[in-house]
Design a protein around this ligand. Structure first.
Ligand SMILES: [Zn+2]
Length: 150
């Protein structure tokens, strides 16, 4: 009888931890790039108004203080992104500043992820929109969700 009760309470605890939040913080930057391997116009130097979304996940909300009921303060994500925007992304030539020989959306999303990895707890994905109709989401390992957002 007691064993069964313990089992039930264990199950309930697990259920409470199975909640998941995902928050996203958007950033925009202007930058140039070229794709030297491309067989079309992307091989030429050109610019985009890039949009990026940093996604953070968490299973528990902060219990106390000024960040109560948050998994992360959006302002904190901005603190981590600002040095990247100021020193590598905004109004730069991405081939040069990122060191990527072929900075596709895929490569840039991965580059941003790796700059933030280990610094932002709960980092789960980085999205890059190269144009209004072309997007890429990068994550480490398998992701089993889709982020639909305009
Ligand atoms: Zn381009």
């Amino acid at each position: 009888m007691n064993e069964k009760k313990e089992e039930q309470s264990h199950t309930q605890r697990d259920e409470s931890k199975s909640e998941t939040w995902i928050i996203g913080k958007e950033f925009r930057f202007e930058a140039a790039h070229k794709l030297p391997n491309h067989d079309g116009k992307c091989a030429r130097l050109h610019g985009h108004s890039w949009r990026s979304v940093i996604y953070i996940t968490g299973n528990e909300l902060t219990k106390y203080g000024v960040k109560k009921d948050m998994i992360m303060d959006y302002g904190d994500i901005k603190k981590y992104m600002k040095p990247l925007l100021d020193n590598y992304l905004d109004h730069y030539y991405l081939n040069k500043t990122t060191g990527l020989a072929n900075p596709t959306s895929e490569a840039i999303a991965k580059w941003i992820y790796e700059q933030l990895e280990g610094k932002i707890p709960g980092l789960i994905a980085v999205r890059i929109d190269e144009t209004c109709t072309s997007q890429c989401i990068y994550s480490k390992g398998k992701i089993d969700f889709f982020i639909i957002q305009n």
